[in-house]
Design a protein around this ligand. Sequence first.
Ligand code: GLY
Length: 400
Amino acid sequence: MSKWINEQDISKYIEISNTEVSDALSFSVRQVQRNLSDFTEQFPGPASFSGFYKPGENKNWTTGFWTGEIWLSYEAATGAEKETLLKAGLTEVDSFHKRISEKYDVDNHDMGFLFSPSCVAAYKLTGSEKAKEAAILAAEQLIKRFHPVGEFLQAWGSMDDPGNYRFIIDCLLNLPLLYWASEVTGDPKYRDIAEKHIHTTMKYILREDDSTWHTVFLDSETGEFSHGSTCQGYKDGSAWARGQSWGIYGTAVAYKYTKREEYIDYFKRIATYFLNHLPKDLIPFWDLSFGDGDEATEPRDSSSAAIAACGMLEMSKYMNEQDAGYYTNVAKKLIKSLYDNYRVTDPSKSNGQILHGTYSKKTPFNTCTEEGVDECIIWGDYYYMEALTRLSNKDWNIYW
Ligand code: GLY
């Protein structure tokens, strides 16, 4: 028996209904409101502990997702609730402004993950000049990580560290911040760097079987491909589930901004590999080499399904009717499984939105430290809410 379903099998699954979308979004918004007393001055960490996020400071690459949940809730709410959410969102914008002004824990490429769902969203929704200023400072910080030799934004580590001359697939989601910065400032430098990084990523990230590298090292003298490796996947040649999902959403935003036709093809290839490596309930194990039968030892990564669904809904906007219908349909089926089998339904059991995410699982073959295994994951919660928002309003003005 195969560990995975086949992409064609997905036609037999049912989609989430409009009533379920509205029910799920209402619950999520209430869950955000309940959390505001713990998480307005402070932020949830990347992952829950036995289902509960703990409050902490605005550090790490993940705090923007919580603020993003507040903005998504603000968009969905009405009356007095909207006011409360607005106040909380703007309080967090102050925190992000301070963080980028004081350059606190911003020496990495994650500026888009941090500042798009927090400050770009705030600017788009409220016109906050402080949010705009913070997000432009973040874009300025991000472009400092550009290497002209190889034309990419270095993910981690100091810029003169030869052991870190690499980019990672996740970074595609940091680039909308740069396009936004060029749009609001009129300065093309941010967009030019984003385009170069996209081009380099697309050149090297896909493997022959349409799985993707998590991280790609370049030769610092020639800028050519040196080798691929994983940090958070099971091992170098395996397909880290969330990496494949960042690839799905990443190629969708790459297409949105560049309109390069070949990126539609890349999107389909990455998505097909993902869809051919799902277990029966459509929610991937944390690495796509695992599947049905591996439950006893390997956890799911529900966040990967939420990210992939958002990427499919985004790409559907730019595709012909048939492809758009297909990917919208698949996205609705992934979200239906999250709704039926993974969402939090009882706030006394968890303060998150979806269960069974995996941040980093240590293996003898990868380089990460273990964190957030089989827990709520803050970006899983955010992208689940983003998918519900997209499904309840097809004209939703994206934060990315
Ligand atoms: N961007 C890091 C991760 O997905 O864990």
